[in-house]
Design a protein around this ligand. Structure first.
Ligand code: TRP
Ligand code: SF4
Length: 459
C-alpha cells in the first residue's frame, strides 16, 4: 500500500525568502517547502528514491525528507554495493531536542545500509556565529549530542566524530579551497556585510572542508558522499558543490550541440591529461573518441547523457596523480523542520515548544498534554466534522518519531478526519510512546561514557 502523506507545505504563511536567500544562521523556519525546492533547484525526493533502498527509514518514506541533490548517485552505490560515505555536522548550541534527532536517525539508518559515517562538531562555527567558547561547545557536544547519538544506536565501527577546531585536514582544506571563491560570491550567498566577523565569514569554508575532506585518501578516498541536512544548510551544499567542481581537472559535460565531451580545465599538462583520459575512456568501454587537442577536448560519440556521472567518476579517480583532488560533487538530502508543540518553531530557547532528549518523562508528557492539536472547538463538532491532523502537533510527533508502522499511522489519520477518534486518545497514546522512547534513551545514555572514546577522534 502506498500512502499519500499529506502535504505540509502550505500549512502556514510563508516567511519572506530574504531576496531569494536562505540564511543558515537565522532563526526562521521555512514552511513552503515546495516553493523552496523550486527557487533553489533542489530536486524532489520521492518514492522512486526510497523504494529501492533496503528497509527505507520512516523519515524517507513519509515525505519528511522532501528534497535532494544527486541522490541517485548514492542509490547507485547502495544497489551496486560500492563504497560511499555520510558526512553531516552538529551545531553545539543549546540542548538536543527531537528536531535535532532527525539527522541522527537518518545517519543511523544509512550506517545500517553500509555507509562510512563522519560527523563534524561545528565548534568553530558555533564560536564564530553564536558566541560560545570552544570549551563550552565541547561540553555541550559531548553531554547533549554525542552521548544521545550513542544512546540512539550509532555504532562505533566505521564512524568518526571530530571537532572542526581539532581537525587539521579540514582546516587546511578550508584555506586552500577558499582560493576559488571570491567575496562577491560569499556576500551574494550569505548576505555578509562590513560588520560580519571574520570567523563567521570563514565558517562556510570550514563546512566545505568538513564536507570534502572525507574524499581525501586518508579518509577513504574519492567516493560519493551524502550530506543529510535541514534545508537551511543548502547554501553550504551549493558552495561545496561549486568548490568541488572548481577544483576538478576534468570537466565532463554535454555541449550546446548535444555532444558528450571531456574537457581539460588547467592549461598545463594538457596533452598528458588527454592521453590518460583516452586510456580510461577506452578501458570503460567507449570506442568512438575524437580528440581535439586545441580545444583541450575529447568528444565521445558513443556516450549519452546518462553516462556523464560514471565517466566523471572514473576520471576523478586519477586526478590526485596530477596534484588535483578529484572531488565528486557532494550529494545532499533536505528534511523539513519540526514544528514546536506550541505551533511555533521548535526551539531550545522555548522549552515548552520542544521535547528535549534529556527531559524527564513526566515533563515530556506534560508538554504533549498541552500541545496544540487540530481538534475542533467542541467535542460534538469534532465528532461531527472530524479533526485536522495536517495542522496537529501531536500527529506530527507521531509521524516524525513515535509511530513506526505506516498502517497504524494512516489509521490514526483517517480516524481523526472522520471524527471517530478524539484528541485525548492521541495524547494518551503519544504520552505512552514518548515515555518508552525517553526511558530507553536515558538508560542507554548512562552507559555511553564508557564507549565514547570509540567514536570521537583523538586530538
Ligand atoms: N552548519 C551546520 C549547522 O548549523 C553544522 C555543520 C558543520 C554541518 N559542518 C557541517 C552540517 C557539515 C552538515 C555538513 O547545523
Ligand atoms: Fe491531532 Fe489526534 Fe486530535 Fe486528530 S484527533 S487533531 S490527530 S490529536
Amino acid at each position: 500500500m502506498i500512502i499519500e502523506w499529506q502535504d505540509f507545505s502550505n500549512r502556514f504563511s510563508f516567511p519572506s525568502l530574504d531576496n531569494m536567500r536562505i540564511d543558515p544562521w537565522s532563526s526562521s523556519t521555512y514552511q513552503d517547502y515546495a516553493r523552496l525546492r523550486d527557487e533553489f533547484g533542489i530536486d524532489e525526493f520521492s518514492e522512486k528514491h526510497w523504494n529501492e533502498l533496503p528497509h527505507p527509514h520512516r523519515l524517507l518514506r513519509r515525505g519528511v525528507v522532501f528534497g535532494h541533490r544527486d541522490f541517485p548517485v548514492i542509490l547507485n552505490c547502495v544497489k551496486q554495493q560500492k563504497p560511499w560515505a555520510i558526512l553531516t555536522g552538529l551545531m553545539p548550541s543549546g540542548k538536543m531536542h527531537l528536531g535535532h534527532k532527525m539527522i541522527i536517525d537518518e545517519v543511523i539508518y544509512y550506517q545500517s545500509i553500509g555507509a562510512d559515517i563522519f560527523i563534524a562538531v561545528a565548534d568553530i562555527e558555533s564560536y564564530g556565529t553564536r558566541g560560545y567558547s570552544l570549551r563550552e561547545t565541547k561540553k555541550l557536544a559531548v553531554e547533549e549530542y554525542i552521548k544521545h547519538y550513542i544512546a540512539l544506536g550509532l555504532k562505533p565501527e566505521r564512524c568518526q566524530i571530530y571537532f572542526q577546531s581539532k581537525n587539521q585536514d579540514v582546516k587546511d582544506l578550508a584555506y586552500l579551497l577558499g582560493k576559488k571563491v571570491n567575496w562577491s560570491q560569499m556576500t551574494a550567498t550569505y548576505g555578509f556585510n562590513g560588520t560580519t566577523n571574520m570567523t563567521h565569514v570563514f565558517s562556510p569554508l570550514i563546512q566545505t572542508g568538513d564536507i570534502l575532506h572525507v574524499q581525501l585518501e586518508k579518509f577513504g578516498g574519492i567516493r560519493p558522499v551524502l550530506v543529510p541536512v535541514g534545508v537551511d544548510q543548502d547554501p553550504h551544499i551549493r558552495l561545496s558543490r561549486d568548490i568541488a567542481q572548481a577544483h576538478r581537472l576534468y570537466n565532463v559535460m554535454k555541449t550546446k550541440d548535444n555532444q558528450i565531451g571531456v574537457f581539460i580545465k588547467p592549461d598545463d599538462l594538457v596533452s598528458k591529461l588527454l592521453d590518460v583520459a583516452e586510456e580510461i575512456l577506452a578501458d570503460i568501454g567507449f570506442a568512438k573518441l575524437r580528440r581535439i587537442t586545441d580545444y583541450k577536448a575529447i568528444y565521445i560519440d558513443d556516450a549519452t547523457e546518462e553516462d556523464i556521472t560514471s565517466i566523471d567518476h572514473s576520471l576523478a579517480l586519477i586526478e590526485p596523480q596530477f596534484h588535483g583532488y578529484g572531488f565528486l560533487p557532494p550529494a545532499a538530502t533536505f528534511h523539513r523542520f519540526m514544528t514546536g508543540l506550541t505551533g511555533e518553531k521548535m526551539s531550545s530557547s522555548k522549552p515548552e515548544s520542544a521535547i528535549f532528549l534529556s527531559d524527564t518523562t513526566s515533563d515530556a508528557k506534560k508538554k504533549i498534554m498541552q500541545g496544540k492539536t487540530g481538534g475542533a472547538v467542541t467535542l460534538e463538532e469534532q465528532k461531527r466534522n472530524g479533526g485536522n491532523p495536517d495542522v496537529c502537533m501531536i500527529y506530527e510527533l507521531m509521524l516524525y518519531h513515535l509511530i513506526e508502522d505506516d498502517k497504524q499511522l494512516l489509521e490514526i489519520y483517517q480516524a481523526c478526519k472522520n471524527g471517530s477518534q478524539l484528541c485525548g486518545h492521541c495524547k494518551k497514546l503519544a504520552s505512552e510512546l514518548i515515555e518508552t522512547l525517553l526511558t530507553d534513551i536515558h538508560e542507554k545514555r548512562n552507559n555511553a561514557d564508557q564507549v565514547i572514546d570509540q567514536y570521537v577522534t583523538k586530538e
